[in-house]
Ligand binder design. Sequence first.
Ligand code: SAM
Length: 315
Amino acid sequence: MSEKQQRQVTDHWSDYWARGPLTSLPDDFSGNYDAEIAAFWNARFRDLPELACLLDICTGNGALALLAAEYAAGHQQRFEITAIDAASIRPDLVANARPELADYVADVKFLADMPMECFEGGDAQFDLAMSQYGIEYCDQAQVAPIIARLLKPGAELALVCHAADSDMVSTMRHELTEYRRLDALQLSRSLRSWLQGQLDSTRLREKLVRLAQAIFPEYRAKRSALFGFVLQAINQLVRLDERGLRARRDQIAQWLAQLDGGRQRLDDMLRVNELLASPNWYQPYIDAGLVLQDHGDLLYRQQHHAGQWFVFRKA
Ligand SMILES: C[S@@+](CC[C@H](N)C(=O)[O-])C[C@H]1O[C@@H](n2cnc3c(N)ncnc32)[C@H](O)[C@@H]1O
């Protein structure tokens, strides 16, 4: 993939992380990954030597890397954690917004704008390579031999991936139908036309009011986050007169970018999910010399299917 193509793939992630969330699923995890997901990772950290090198692949704003840093701080272990992502990630915003995490953020060496396919690192450098809802976005054939080379003999590659039938994927699929509904009601198109001066403010307001009336019953029935976000924004916009709307032009453009970015991330997440539906998607790791130790389903809070976990070991 050329640098330009890679940028197109990750630009919407860069926009997302620049808003400061800690995880890619803030509606499902209000803080960091917890419960059974944290337990799975803590079991990996527990088996590491006192001084260990960890690599978090596709780290986003660092959720998993910070879990590792927190574990080390609480268990007299010293982890050297490298966390990489192809997007322009912003863990500094997490540290600013949540001072209790600032020391952990400072403990991690974050590498932004670093696709895993380009990460060099040292041979046999890491005791654990890990990824939470991340590795599936990479080119498996390219990254598998890189990861195998980076691991020390006996070291683990541990993964938590989405699963085609996980509750989060069902939620994503539902959200996609909502985006399609907003497309059919021409939300992005109307806002874009107004921003480009092809639609006047009166017509924009009429369209937005009609759209709000159309989706409100669905919002009331399901309280969806997306429709809630759209209704709240429309509620603000339709109260504004011509001058008020013009004064908020930048805010409206940002709002449209946020909406479009959300749709792109969703498409991205559902696209990688198709990869995971293939039973041998992880064959490149076996071909690269890693041995699958175990794998299973991850049940979150004893009821939500949160994905699948895999543990590979380098011989
Ligand atoms: C669903 S997010 C997961 C982020 C984080 N692990 C979490 O759980 O919050 C996927 C991340 O993978 C990153 N990504 C996609 N392709 C990548 C690649 N080839 N190399 C490194 N990072 C990549 C994206 O930029 C995005 O931040």
